[in-house]
Design a protein around this ligand. Structure first.
Ligand SMILES: [Zn+2]
Length: 362
């Protein structure tokens, strides 16, 4: 199993890694300085949203999206597919998903997005890791529908790989400076389809493979599918838990060999007043392998108005070092917007500590 993630500039970062969601090139509520301070290695950007905002030409002129935004840490990108598919599927008759790609309409203007486009845009952004365009299998798909998404995902994956190789050649990128290219395994809850998807994608050959599709099953994380993938994918490839997840699910996935994660949960939960708190009283005493090693704290609950302790004593973030539970609860009630920033910092620091603990356990 690979031990380190290699950035385009050659710098390495030890696995496991968690990338917070910076869809439009920023982590909501935070400055880049805030993101650096929480101790996470980089951010995940969304190809579709970002290029709509910035444009490919400006990005290329700046030598990549990182220079354009002024961010000097790691940066990974998604294919843009999930957002485009969501728009396409809501778009009624004007939108279609075919083998050629996705056609959709925004503000009355018709767009086409192909696997080739996804790779070209990600190459223009110069992110450290990029993901192929895949055909998402909905969780309620029938066997036939799931098979269709597996077949189309393979077809698109082949074209993504060919475009990637052609772009690396065109841009004269040496082998050891190329971004990671991640294939996405589809097949929903059908084990034989997941195996088929794995076989077809590994024949094409990718640097790593992602957990595609819906990660929940019957209200719980689908650990069986995560395991099936880890057991059947090449041991020297990178395993990426796309959109995973809750802290305890990440622990289970790291135990299975997954190395990279991204998820909207910590930032979205922070904005909704759902803060993660380790049950241990000190950072040194946190044991992430213990059942229910954390709990939630909600500043809206009236009982916290009287608590003079920090949100967590097993945390060294700006919130926990400067604000008591009582103050936070009061400011939350007053709808003081600044607490959203502090809550986001806290939840991301929780994830950074989680990854540090998991990394030292290897
Ligand atoms: Zn904290």
């Amino acid at each position: 199993m690979q031990k380190n993630f290699r950035r385009l500039d050659g710098m390495t970062l030890p696995y496991p890694l968690f990338f917070p969601d910076a869809t439009r090139g920023e982590v909501r509520q935070l400055s880049f300085e805030d993101v650096k301070k929480v101790g996470l290695p980089g951010i995940l950007v969304n190809t579709f949203h970002l290029l709509r905002l910035v444009g490919t030409e400006k990005t290329e002129l700046a030598g990549g999206i990182r220079s354009h935004l002024g961010w000097d840490k790691a940066m990974i990108s998604d294919s843009g597919g999930f957002q485009i598919m969501s728009i396409a599927k809501k778009g009624g008759d004007n939108s279609t998903v075919t083998d050629k790609g996705v056609t959709f309409t925004i503000d009355g203007v018709k767009h086409h997005f192909s696997p080739e486009d996804s790779i070209k845009y990600q190459m223009a952004m110069r992110t450290d890791l990029m993901v192929v365009l895949d055909d998402f299998t909905p969780p309620d798909a029938t066997y036939e529908e799931a098979l269709m998404t597996v077949n189309r995902t393979t077809l698109w994956a082949k074209r993504c790989k060919a475009t990637y190789l052609a772009e690396c050649k065109r841009l004269n990128i040496p082998r050891d400076r190329r971004p990671y290219l991640i294939g996405v395994v589809q097949g929903a809850y059908f084990d034989d389809l997941r195996i088929q998807s794995i076989r077809e994608l590994t024949e094409i050959g990718f640097d790593g493979y992602g957990y595609g599709g819906w990660v929940m099953r019957d209200g719980k994380f689908d650990i069986a599918t995560a395991k099936l993938m880890a057991d059947n994918l090449p041991k020297d490839s990178v395993l990426y838990g796309l959109g995973i997840g809750k802290p305890d699910d990440i622990v289970k996935c790291v135990e299975l060999g997954y190395q990279i994660f991204d998820c909207v949960l910590p930032t979205r939960d922070a904005r909704h007043g759902r803060l993660y708190v380790y049950k241990a009283k000190e950072i040194e005493k946190i044991d992430v392998y213990q059942d229910s090693f954390y709990e939630y704290y909600n500043p809206r609950q009236a009982q916290h108005l009287e608590e003079n302790a920090p949100v967590s004593t097993a945390c060294d973030c700006e919130l926990c070092m400067t604000v008591t539970r009582a103050e936070l609860a009061k400011r939350w009630r007053e709808r003081d917007e600044r607490v959203l920033r502090l809550a986001t910092i806290h939840n991301l620091r929780f994830y950074a500590i989680l990854m540090e603990k998991l990394g030292s356990g290897n």
